[in-house]
Design a protein around this ligand. Structure first.
Ligand code: PLP
Length: 402
């Protein structure tokens, strides 16, 4: 996004503020759709948890996206945004049967990821079709925090337990209309993804009433220059061939489903924070901003890299800084990072701040959550107000001890 526009937004709405470029979100959606245009039935369900602002949900709905949700609250947000229940998939992990039944009441599709709930659900509601989440035990990416398909993962029903799933179906007469996998957050190696897909196809053959196969997500986007990204176009070509072959053998045109989060919104986001203080110590120069891990936790939580630029001094001399927050704990956004010379009052821009940034914010240190702004088709929309003291106090009950 244009630097002056970002500066204007920071000036108008104050810092810290999240800014999203709606056209980038649209383009990413279009790119994924184009990569799979040879598939007769394609469904893209945006993974809401990446960024749940209702205006972002509405924008994706307008593009024709469905929604992948992981809590009953996300389901309700999706309905509030105008998604039809038929376009919402509920893919929770470790929730109660009651929460799943609540989702069923709302008319959304459900995806079950353990045998215990599958058996209980099938016994009670044999007529309501469900999708099952399979764990193909394929390790995608290198970081065990974000690879969820491998052997020790809590997600999904092991592919080796397929006979048990089939027995539950036989005993309860329940219907399984889809099978699903979501192997992790970092698919770099398309061959690894295709390998996992083959396992899913093998498994799918054993289910007689499928309407769709859901390949989850895990598309990697670049966070810094030189980063590799998932080659969606190549994946589209290769998976399309295999999917169409599979449908032919299966005797039915199934729907191919994806549920991307990061791919759609990561690069569309910019987080703007103001430099409160520049502090020279014996070892480094700290740039302290008016934010912390309460607003952007990925660097501290996942050791994630977020590119940082000084939009108040774009052509300044490059110097080394440690960018830190104002939280009373260690909250380092970046160490020893080359950034254009920083002065107090400058606005720093954190890139790739669309996915898992605002949605992971908290009120730690009793700070307000930032405002959110959506820039779309040349118009700037405030889509979330900055919090106030009233928000912090809203649900607190003061006991009077006098
Ligand atoms: C989080 C999640 C996604 C989205 O993953 P990204 O890496 O953001 O694309 C998709 N499916 C499920 C089930 C998820 O939990």
């Amino acid at each position: 996004m244009d630097t002056n526009l970002l500066l204007n937004i920071a000036q108008q709405y104050g810092c810290p503020v999240y800014v999203y470029d709606g056209n980038t979100i649209e383009n990413q959606f279009q790119r994924l759709q184009d990569a799979f245009k040879q598939v007769k039935k394609l469904k893209i369900n945006y993974a809401a948890k990446a960024l749940t602002n209702i205006s972002v949900l509405k924008l994706l709905k307008k593009k024709g996206s469905g929604l992948d949700t992981v809590s009953i609250q996300e389901v309700l947000l999706g309905l509030e945004a105008g998604f039809s229940p038929d376009d919402i998939m509920f893919t929770p992990n470790g929730v109660s049967l009651e929460e799943i039944e609540e989702a069923v009441q709302l008319g959304v599709h459900i995806n079950i990821d353990n045998l215990s709930i599958l058996e209980q659900f099938g016994a009670k509601h044999p007529d309501i079709p469900v999708c099952v989440r399979i764990n193909p035990h394929v390790m995608a990416g290198g970081n065990s925090n974000i690879s969820v398909g491998h052997i020790d993962s809590k997600f999904g029903i092991s592919v080796h337990q397929t006979p048990h799933i089939l027995r539950i179906i036989e005993n309860t007469k329940m219907k399984v209309n889809g099978i699903h996998m979501h192997t992790g957050s970092d698919i770099l190696d398309i061959e690894v993804f295709l390998y996992a897909s083959e396992i899913l196809f093998e498994t799918a053959k054993q289910f007689k009433n499928l309407d769709f196969i859901d390949f989850g997500s895990g598309f990697k986007v670049p966070y810094k220059e030189g980063d590799l990204e998932t080659d969606i176009e190549e994946l589209g070509e290769k998976l399309t061939v295999r999917f169409n072959e599979f449908c032919k053998d299966y005797g039915k045109n199934l729907t191919l489903v994806f549920e991307p989060g990061k791919f759609l919104v990561s690069q569309a986001g910019y987080f703007l924070a103001k430099v409160n203080v520049v502090k020279q110590t014996t070892s480094t120069v700290f740039a302290g901003v008016d934010s912390g891990f309460n607003h952007l936790i990925r660097p501290m939580f996942y050791n994630s890299y977020h590119h940082i630029t000084n939009i108040s001094n774009v052509n300044g001399k490059q110097r080394f800084y440690s960018v830190v927050g104002y939280i009373c704990e260690t909250d380092t956004f970046a160490s020893n990072r080359k950034i254009a010379e920083i002065s107090e009052g400058d606005i720093l821009c954190f890139h790739n701040a669309g996915a898992y940034c605002f949605s992971m914010t908290s009120n730690y240190n009793s700070r307000f959550k930032p405002a959110e702004v959506l820039f779309y088709n040349d118009a700037v929309h405030l889509i979330r107000k900055r919090e106030t003291m009233a928000d912090l106090l809203q649900n607190q009950i003061a006991v009077n001890f006098d």
